[in-house]
Design a protein around this ligand. Sequence first.
Ligand SMILES: [Fe+2]
Length: 444
Amino acid sequence: MCGLCYIPGFGNECASEDPRCPGALPEGQNNPQVCPYNLYAEQLSGSAFTCPRSTNKRSWLYRILPSVCHKPFESIDQGHVTHNWDEVDPDPNQLRWKPFEIPKASQKKVDFVSGLHTLCGAGDIRSNNGLAIHIFLCNTSMGNRVVHWALSFLLVPQKGKLLIYTEFGKMLVQPNEICVIQRGMRFSIDVFEETRGYILEVYGVHFELPDLGPIGANGLANPRDFLIPVAWYEDRQVPGGYTVINKYQGKLFAAKQNVSPFNVVAWHGNYTPYKYNLENFMVINSVAFDHADPSIFTVLTAKSVRPGVAVADFVIFPPRWGVADKTFRPPYYHRNCMSEFMGLIKGHYEAKQGEFLPGGGSLHSSMTPHGPDADCFEKASKAKLAPERIADGTMAFMFESSLSMAVTKWGLKSSSCLDENYYKCWEPLKSHFTPDSRKPAGPN
Ligand SMILES: [Fe+2]
């Protein structure tokens, strides 16, 4: 299918022309007096003009009309999108949500934008410091509606594939794949069934591949497995107007324009949307004893200005071998200065076999204790430590942030998905303390 080809690589300088217009990219310069095919040149800057080369991000778009051709933006219904982190009192408890309910298409048509629900977040949009986690629940394509998002986000579909139209081309993103739409990029999403997923939105920073340090030059998410769309355009007049929705300073605005915004015939640059298949993640873990910390599963990171501290990391728990000797193999009990939101794309998470379900989530905020439930502890403490497959058919993930996130009113109340009994999964844990014997009672 034309338009569903991709350019492999992460953060590279790329160039792409729609094959219907060969030679659409100007040669030797960005902004000729008259562009090939009489297109308009428009630069999309994702970093300050003055950023060092290693962090400078921009692309040049050659389009039928520049994106400035629209009527004024006006405020629209905010739905369940918010950046107000003081809607309800903070809740320091371990929180878990049942699968978020997708509206039935037969009852109400809901597209991606109307189906956005802010779950939690922290920080300040105006000063470009913070993050938000949203859940999208939709059943209808966006049609002649496009979103112009002022912040970067990482999209994790959990149920239903997404056909994402962007100014750079089209991407098909299926569950177990992710995509990143960077600041200011316009997009529209077609869906094919009742569809659900998670969004990690970061303010003022970009997602990067984590440094590998002693791991070496290869491993984790390899750069060549990231896929960038190729140029595709439509020269389509829209009677009645195409709606451009702008999420600006956390609020939704809409403007009309007469043409499809997907009118970019060619582009070049290093600032693009991209997607990635989580199956391609090269898992690295302990082959001796004990655990590596879960940062070993980091796919992408959005760094803060503090060295080694992320605004948010995107971390996954893929299928792999567990081989650690003399080790309690599930995740250890812990308290973390970082906040951990977890979601489940499919299968069962190893530390919670029960009520942590695909399409649900959990939040363990800064310094909130958590760990395996009582069943998991009992089984793993007695298990024979042969090499075993872990998490086959499963993909859990974590958005981990250095910010302490507030949960919205929708998250705590109106979603009606909060599991009031979550804390009970640890209640059966009992003391095994044997003060008269150092020797463990188990197989160790
Ligand atoms: Fe944790």
